[in-house]
Design a protein around this ligand. Structure first.
Ligand SMILES: [Zn+2]
Length: 387
């Protein structure tokens, strides 16, 4: 039994003087402490709010050993990509990639995160069996704009997917074509067909920067120069006039899709996502967005259009830590018109749905995992004053 001034089920209104009854790892009852309450066998948490542990639908744990983001705030996206590639190589050369993944998962748990969506990059630094301590989804990333790189990525992903079991107890597998500027459209389409056939979730960075949109529309811009430096550019891979919407059309038959960022989606694309909100979620990464000093995130427009928006941290390469609570505080600061309960749901109930975990995490309700946080309240009469 756990009693507190407030219990926030998230899927239902706050309960003043609420309690949770837990048996083993599960919640079996939630209610008001005046009914069904056995005070003698209880932990009384006092004037706090009990709420579900966070769910982080998007991160790259391989950057978790970084002390701070790569570059100064306002860095251009192209300059940052250079730093990311260099850091990834150095970490791999030192043999520290797996250590970083484990450190990131530990830091996430310390920050109250119960489950996450992790992007694993090639060459896959660990056999799938090593991820069994994680809870959530590991998305295997594919990169390849040139034909030879795309072929190698496809062969490696195909072999991996054939080898892994459909899922282990705590963990699901997924695919992640990295982004439109790093994955040729035919590789993207093949990965979509594979995900649809195997019923795998898919994560895809989309509409993250103006540089990406310029490359798609005209085949020009600073990202082209970066790709040329890496010998990864293919001027014929992407047809001129391409828009993020062209990629969205390929994703409609997939069971579950996470579109990462969506900073520069236009109105037509937002409407499309709203129509497919049952299977498609957009993952807003507020502090990463702030780090790049992008133009204002269209969160209000997304919500108004009916897009399913959730919140992720992205990695420590663009955010100071892996705390969902801090991401939500950033939303509260930058989007003061959005209600507190909706903001908290974006890091709990809705984030769990985006990861296919809506029956296990993100709510305090019977049958759900007993993973909850106790948050101090600035005003004990206001259950949302824990920011
Ligand atoms: Zn990312």
């Amino acid at each position: 039994m756990h009693r507190a001034r407030w219990v926030l089920p998230i899927s239902a209104p706050p309960i003043e003087n609420g309690f949770l009854r837990v048996v083993g790892q599960r919640i079996v009852e939630v209610g008001k402490a005046t009914s069904g309450w056995n005070g003698s066998a209880a932990t009384d948490w006092g004037d706090v709010a009990l709420l579900p542990a966070w769910v982080n639908p998007h991160t790259h744990l391989e950057f978790s050993l970084l002390a701070e983001p790569l570059g100064a705030s306002g860095i251009s996206f192209a300059a940052w990509i250079r730093k990311v590639v260099a850091d990834r190589r150095e970490t791999a050369c030192r043999g520290e990639t797996w250590q970083a993944v484990e450190a990131g998962w530990r830091a996430s748990r310390r920050a109250g995160v119960a489950a996450l969506g992790e992007i694993a990059t090639r060459p896959f630094h660990a056999p799938p069996e090593r991820y069994t301590d994680l809870v959530g989804t590991v998305f295997f990333e594919a990169i390849g704009l040139r034909e030879t790189a795309a072929r190698a990525a496809w062969e490696e992903i195909g072999a991996l997917i054939d080898r892994i079991t459909p899922s282990v107890r705590q963990l699901e597998w997924g695919l992640s074509p990295h982004a439109p500027y790093s994955v040729r459209p035919d590789l993207f389409a093949r990965l979509c067909r594979l995900a649809a056939a195997r019923k795998l979730p898919l994560a895809f960075h989309l509409a993250e920067s103006p540089e990406e949109l310029e490359l798609l529309a005209h085949g020009t811009g600073p990202l082209v120069a970066v790709l040329e430096e890496f010998d990864a550019w293919d001027a014929r891979a992407i047809p001129p006039g391409t828009r993020p919407l062209d990629y969205l059309h390929c994703l409609v038959s997939l069971p579950r899709v996470l579109l990462i960022h969506g900073n520069y989606l236009d109105q037509r694309e937002r409407r499309f996502l709203a129509r497919h909100r049952r299977s498609m979620s957009v993952v807003y990464c507020p502090r990463t967005h702030e780090f790049f000093q992008h133009t204002a995130y269209p969160l209000e427009q997304m919500i108004h259009a009916g897009v399913h928006v959730v919140v992720g941290t992205d990695s420590k390469a663009s955010s100071p830590d892996l705390s969902i609570a801090e991401e939500l505080r950033c939303i509260r600061r930058r989007h003061p018109g959005i209600r507190d309960d909706l903001i908290v749901a974006m890091g709990t109930l809705e984030a769990a749905r985006a990861l296919g975990l809506s029956q296990r995490f993100g709510r305090l309700a019977p049958g759900f995992e007993a993973r909850f946080l106790a948050a101090d309240l600035a005003n004990p009469r206001d259950p949302w004053s824990f920011w």
